[in-house]
Structure formats: structure tokens, C-alpha cells
Design a protein around this ligand. Structure first.
Ligand code: HEC
Ligand code: HEC
Ligand code: HEC
Ligand code: HEC
Length: 344
């Protein structure tokens, strides 16, 4: 009898144990999906390596603020003022500033800035995927089969490359810099709390470099893609703002600015949801925006809401291609609102 009882108990424990393992795995996978993807400094190949093949894209990049900030920012009076308030001596060796203003590589165990915000700040560090993405599976563009091509892109995605198709990851990347979640940097350093960012207008102006597949013609994003960019961008805006409110500890400028940002984003999301009533994921995102109070000491609820928004945004992108999202067209900024002029 004893053995039978023990065996049942063992079985129950095993089930509980397995359930825990699955739960932990699920938590770990959402965590990795939700964390900002700062590129791995050890795996940066640098923009010159990309330029060997992507010459025209590199020329366009060199005309953007992302390129010019490398030389300009550390020399600016504004930067010195911020650094002085935070008692920072050398901006280019201060990792707080490095994460958002530069591409850094580890050299002799030290982080060394090698460029401004460059290819790998947005497409992720290239060391692991660079050869694979351009290798045509060991064949040529003409002889690689469709199946081999699909397998190559799948492999490249696994190796961490962020491709134009991965709209959520791209948006996360922009927002990891364009919202500034460092309370002290904002309250004490008086650094801007972020940009008035919006994904369509900020990606289709000076930043746009859709030149590769169109053989040098800088192609506009299609109207379906713009809808996906717009809605995904707004979801990530809301997610990021909630996370920024979650880490606020003082009732000062940082907390107010982030709470205002989150409130504006959820209001806009509500309007988007009512203009695309058929997409349940969008309605859920809007509702989640109101599920946690925008106040100090509310980290847990705000983080849960942000995690759920992330999951819904990913599900939305999986399911829709934008063709049925015409309801938002009137909300999408038009060309005269784009940030900077796109290169020809
Ligand atoms: C040896 C040449 C070469 C180098 C170096 C190179 N690329 Fe590419 N890249 C290519 C080719 C070829 C393609 C298109 C592959 C195809 O048509 O299937 C491509 C495509 C891309 C795409 C579009 C992917 C997509 O989903 O369609 C991106 C983004 C990209 N490269 C970024 C980079 C970045 C960033 C670097 C530097 C880290 C880099 N490339 C270095 C040759 C190169
Ligand atoms: C979380 C990302 C982030 C961090 C960390 C950060 N910045 Fe910025 N910084 C930005 C963004 C984004 C802008 C552009 C804001 C806008 O759109 O107006 C900016 C703008 C600036 C500007 C004004 C524009 C310019 O480039 O001249 C200065 C100066 C500046 N940052 C200095 C610093 C210094 C110094 C540090 C380190 C103490 C630092 N930043 C840390 C993201 C960041
Ligand atoms: C600020 C972030 C950012 C930077 C920096 C950046 N990219 Fe991109 N890249 C993107 C986005 C976003 C897209 C998709 C744009 C769209 O849908 O309109 C893209 C698209 C591409 C494509 C596909 C173009 C096509 O014809 O469809 C290639 C290739 C590429 N990038 C290469 C590069 C290279 C090489 C560099 C560095 C010289 C670089 N990117 C720098 C964000 C960036
Ligand atoms: C690694 C951090 C980082 C990432 C990632 C990033 N940016 Fe930026 N971006 C900055 C900083 C910092 C500035 C301000 C540079 C300056 O003016 O000195 C900036 C400036 C810009 C500007 C110029 C704004 C102006 O004042 O005219 C545009 C447009 C822009 N970013 C779009 C994007 C888009 C779109 C993405 C994502 C596809 C993106 N950025 C990703 C850090 C980043």
C-alpha cells in the first residue's frame, strides 16, 4: 500500500514539477521577447563591413542625425551641461550615454565607440548572421532554390538579425532609445525624456533606405505596410511608456512626462481600436492601457500590462498584413509630417 501511495505522490509531484518547468520556460521566453535589444558589443562588425555590399544604404545613412551625432553630440554645449550635472567627465567613455548615442565595440576589454547609431543599432550585431544572410545558401542568387532561400531567412532570424519584416522588433529598437527611461538622467541631468516619436513619420523621412531590392530607388513603404507600422508603433509606444512609468520613483518631471506620454498613447490606441473594430488584438491593447494606474509604486501592475500589450502586438502582426486596416488611414501622418527628407 505504502509504495502505491508513494507512487501516486511521486506522480503528482512530477506533474507539478513539469508544470513549473513549462511556466518558467514561458516566462523566460516572454522576457526575452520583451527586453530591449541593445546589440551585443562583442559581435559588432561595424558599418564599414556592411558598406562593402550596401554602399547606397550607407550613403543615405551618412546624411542622417544617426550618423552625425557621433562627432556633434560630445562636442555640443548641451551635452556638456548634461554631463556636468551628472558629474560625468568623458561622455564617450560613459556607458550611460554610449547605449543610445553610439555603436560600441569591445576593444582590449574596453567599450569603444566606433560610430553613431548605425546599421547594427537597428538590424542587430552582425557577426553571427552577416555571412549567412548574404550567402545564398552556398549557391548564387540564381541557383538557390525557393526552399533554400526560405530556410536561409529562417536561420538568419534565429541568429538574431532584425529584418524589415520584424516590425515589432524594429519598433522596440527605436523606442529603446527614443524614450529615455533613466529617471536621474531626466530629473538631474535635464536630458530630454524622449522624442515625440511616431514610427511612420520617423522611419519614412531621412532614415528611409529602401534601396536594395529596388536597385537604388528609395521606395516608399506600401500603404498596407504603413498601417502595420503605425499600429505596431503605437502599441510599442504604449508598452514603452508604461514600463517607463513603472520605474519612476519620484514625483518630479520624469514621472509626469512619462505618465502624460502613456496617457496620450492609450487614448490614441482607443481611437485606433474603434477605427479597426474587427481586430480584437487592438481592442485588447487599448483596454490593457487602462488596466494599470499611472502612478508611483505600481511597478508590478504596469509591467504586467506592458508584457500583455507586447504579446498582443506580436499576435496582431502574425495575423494581419494591413490590408483590412484602412480605418486608420486618416490618423497616419502624411508626407509633410515626415522627419527629414528621404534621400532620392
Ligand atoms: C557580402 C555582401 C553583404 C554584406 C557584407 C552585408 N550584406 Fe546585407 N544583404 C546582402 C544581400 C546579397 C542581401 C539580399 C539577399 C537576398 O536577396 O536574398 C542582403 C540583404 C540585407 C537586408 C534585407 C533583409 C531582408 O529581410 O530582405 C538587410 C536589412 C541587410 N542586408 C543588412 C545588412 C547589414 C546591417 C550588414 C552589416 C552588418 C550587411 N547587411 C552586410 C549582402 C550583404
Ligand atoms: C535612453 C537613450 C538615451 C540615453 C541613455 C542618452 N540619450 Fe541623449 N538623446 C537621446 C535621444 C532619443 C535624443 C533625441 C531627443 C529628441 O528627439 O529631441 C537625445 C538627445 C540628446 C542631446 C540633444 C541633441 C544632440 O544630440 O545634440 C544631447 C546633448 C544628449 N542627448 C546628450 C546625452 C548625454 C550626455 C547622455 C549621457 C549622460 C545621453 N544623452 C544619454 C537618447 C538618449
Ligand atoms: C534607425 C534604424 C536603422 C538604421 C540605422 C539602419 N537601418 Fe536598415 N532598415 C531599417 C528599417 C526600419 C527598415 C525597413 C524600412 C521600411 O519598411 O520602410 C530597413 C531596411 C533595410 C534594408 C532593406 C531595404 C529594401 O530595399 O527593402 C536594408 C538592405 C538595410 N535596411 C540595410 C541597412 C544598412 C546597410 C544600414 C547601415 C548603413 C542600415 N540598414 C541602417 C532601420 C535601420
Ligand atoms: C541606439 C539608439 C537609437 C535607435 C535604435 C534609434 N534611434 Fe533614432 N535617434 C537616436 C538619437 C540619440 C537621436 C538624436 C541624434 C542627434 O540629433 O544628435 C536620434 C535621431 C533620430 C531622427 C532625427 C530626429 C530629428 O530631430 O530630426 C530620426 C528621424 C530617428 N532618430 C528615427 C529613428 C527610427 C525610425 C528608429 C528605428 C527604426 C530609430 N531612430 C532608432 C537614437 C536611436
Amino acid at each position: 500500500m505504502g509504495t502505491c501511495h508513494d507512487r501516486t505522490r511521486f506522480h503528482v509531484l512530477k506533474v507539478i514539477f513539469l508544470a513549473c518547468v513549462f511556466l518558467l520556460a514561458a516566462i523566460a521566453s516572454t522576457l526575452s521577447k520583451n527586453s530591449a535589444k541593445s546589440p551585443n558589443h562583442k559581435k559588432i562588425v561595424g558599418p564599414n563591413a556592411c558598406a562593402e555590399c550596401h554602399k547606397v544604404e550607407t550613403e543615405v545613412w551618412k546624411k542622417t542625425h544617426h550618423f552625425t551625432t557621433f562627432k556633434k553630440m560630445p562636442r555640443s554645449k548641451e551635452a556638456r551641461k548634461i554631463a556636468d550635472k551628472l558629474k560625468i567627465k568623458r561622455i564617450k567613455s560613459e556607458s550611460l550615454c554610449l547605449t543610445c548615442h553610439f555603436t560600441t565595440r569591445i576593444k582590449k576589454k574596453k567599450k569603444k565607440p566606433i560610430a553613431g547609431i548605425s546599421c547594427e543599432s537597428c538590424h542587430s550585431a552582425g557577426k553571427d548572421w552577416e555571412k549567412v544572410h548574404s550567402g545564398f545558401s552556398g549557391k548564387t542568387e540564381k541557383t538557390e532554390s525557393k526552399t533554400e532561400e526560405a530556410a536561409r531567412w529562417k536561420k538568419v532570424d534565429k541568429l538574431g538579425m532584425i529584418r524589415p519584416a520584424a516590425v515589432y522588433d524594429l519598433a522596440k529598437n527605436c523606442y529603446s532609445c527614443h524614450v529615455v527611461p533613466q529617471e536621474k538622467l531626466v530629473n538631474v541631468g535635464k536630458h530630454p525624456a524622449g522624442s515625440s516619436f511616431e514610427l511612420v513619420s520617423w522611419s519614412q523621412g531621412e532614415v528611409r533606405h529602401n534601396l536594395w531590392y529596388s536597385k537604388g530607388k528609395n521606395k516608399k513603404a506600401s500603404s498596407d505596410r504603413k498601417r502595420i507600422l503605425y499600429v505596431t508603433g503605437l502599441a510599442v509606444e504604449l508598452e514603452t511608456a508604461l514600463r517607463a512609468v513603472a520605474v519612476a520613483t519620484k514625483s518630479k518631471s520624469y514621472a509626469f512626462k512619462m505618465a502624460l506620454r502613456a496617457d496620450a498613447a492609450r487614448k490614441k490606441m482607443k481611437r485606433v481600436a474603434s477605427s479597426i473594430p474587427q481586430a480584437g488584438e487592438i481592442a485588447a491593447i487599448a483596454e490593457l492601457g487602462y488596466s494599470a494606474g499611472l502612478k508611483l509604486n505600481n511597478k508590478k501592475a504596469l509591467t504586467v500590462a506592458a508584457d500583455r500589450i507586447a504579446a498582443k502586438a506580436l499576435a496582431m502582426i502574425e495575423k494581419y498584413d494591413g490590408s483590412t486596416f484602412g480605418g486608420v488611414d486618416s490618423m497616419i501622418p502624411n508626407e509633410n509630417k515626415y522627419k527629414g527628407k528621404p534621400a532620392k
